[in-house]
Write a protein that binds this ligand. Structure first.
Ligand SMILES: Nc1ncnc2c1ncn2[C@@H]1O[C@H](COP(=O)(O)OP(=O)(O)OP(=O)(O)O)[C@@H](O)[C@H]1O
Ligand SMILES: [Mg+2]
Length: 352
């Protein structure tokens, strides 16, 4: 009896041990970050929850290993250790504050030039985040060529319910396209105010519901759509897509500087269509020039195009392929960057 008491594990012992484990990306310990929940101790068998800042956590295995090691080393009486992972995506509250929508984070996908794979990256990112367990929306703001409906495999305009558009849904992602607001095959010359209104409608007239992440696919270039989007919705960050050739570095820089002028944080640069044909290296070079992170590389792979054309993104159609895996990892890297941004105090936006 006496000896048993001496080795009785307490909640304080566990918190002290986990207080020495760093969240590898956020660079603070798990306890200070408020990630340790629901500690239970029975006969020195320990269980608790770790609440990640994203279900798409790139480093969950490492956090688990280090937590167990810390308890083994620092809590002598500990018998078994069981960790359950949960998640609560954090946002900075600006989107809810400004638009009164329960959307935690908005990430815009942009490039200085057309045809580099923005829509492809948007779709596969959104579906990957949903596959990891996040609640995800995808907004197609490409006024020149809205092709998200085709890539997601749902081209019928969604119904209106009580004055609001119900987003289409495919592959676990809610999505809405500027194309749904137009009669089919009708080419339109968008003038500034009309464009602004359409983008606004895609936020406030759509029943998005609660979202951890809303991915916005932008038209190519650095024009009115970016400006309107930034005026309407506080963006958590922008992702720049570029191709591997060195000539595309200049385009990436243009895409990035548009965000910088609008006070939007740059989450990083993705190199798409890497491989023998276009080479590789442009993405990393662009990231370096911009002073942003290089987020990863997606190979040129015919199954990416086939998936896009058939409405089954490669992460769904060929989930085990190296290219699909590269998209899955990319999504976790982006989610990790978003978590970091949300832990960092942000400068107030100057634009009204
Ligand atoms: N990694 C890849 N491998 C093979 N094909 C790809 C890859 N990424 C994109 N594609 C194909 O390249 C074409 C252009 O891609 P996508 O439409 O995503 O580019 P975009 O930047 O959105 O273009 P736009 O500027 O016209 O909106 C599509 O046919 C797409 O399927
Ligand atoms: Mg596109």
């Amino acid at each position: 009896m006496f000896g048993q008491n001496k080795n009785n594990v307490t909640e304080a012992d566990i918190l002290a041990a986990l207080g020495t484990v760093q969240e590898p990306e956020l660079h603070q310990d798990l306890v200070s970050l408020g990630m340790v929940k629901d500690i239970q101790i029975r006969n020195n068998n320990i269980s608790f929850k770790i609440e990640l800042t994203t279900p798409a956590c790139p480093l969950q295995a490492r956090i688990e290993e280090e937590s167990i090691a810390a308890i083994r080393e620092q809590v002598p009486g500990a018998e078994t250790v069981e960790i359950q992972f949960t998640h609560r995506v954090r946002g900075d509250g600006r989107i809810t504050g400004k638009l009164n929508l329960p959307i935690k984070n908005i990430m815009a996908i942009a490039s200085g030039k057309g045809g580099v794979g923005k829509s492809t990256v948007s779709v596969n990112l959104a579906v990957s985040l949903a596959m990891d367990g996040a609640t995800v929306g995808l907004l197609d703001a490409d006024i020149y060529g809205p092709n998200i409906p085709m890539m997601m495999g749902v081209t019928d305009a969604p119904p209106v319910q009580q004055g609001k558009l119900v987003p289409a849904e495919a592959h676990g992602v809610r999505f809405m396209s500027v194309g749904f607001l137009l009669p089919a095959d009708q080419a339109l010359i968008w003038r500034g105010p009309m464009l602004h209104k359409a983008i606004q409608q895609l936020f406030v007239d759509v029943r998005w519901g609660e979202l951890d992440y809303l991915i916005v696919d932008l038209p190519p270039g650095t024009g009115d759509a970016q400006l309107s989007l930034c005026q309407i919705a506080p963006l958590t960050g922008g992702v720049i897509v570029t191709m591997p050739q060195m000539v595309s570095v200049a385009d990436a820089l243009r895409g990035a500087s548009a965000f910088q002028q609008l006070d939007v944080s740059i989450l990083g640069v993705v190199e798409n269509m890497s491989g023998e044909i276009f080479g590789s290296g442009g993405g990393a070079a662009a990231a370096k020039k911009i002073g942003a992170d290089f987020l990863g590389r997606i190979d040129l792979d015919p199954n990416v195009r086939i998936g896009g054309d058939s409405g089954a993104p490669i992460v769904v159609s060929h989930p085990d392929s190296p290219t699909a895996q590269a998209f899955r990892i990319l999504a976790r890297v982006v989610a990790g960057r978003v978590s970091i941004l949300n832990m960092t105090p942000r400068m107030e936006l100057t634009a009204a």
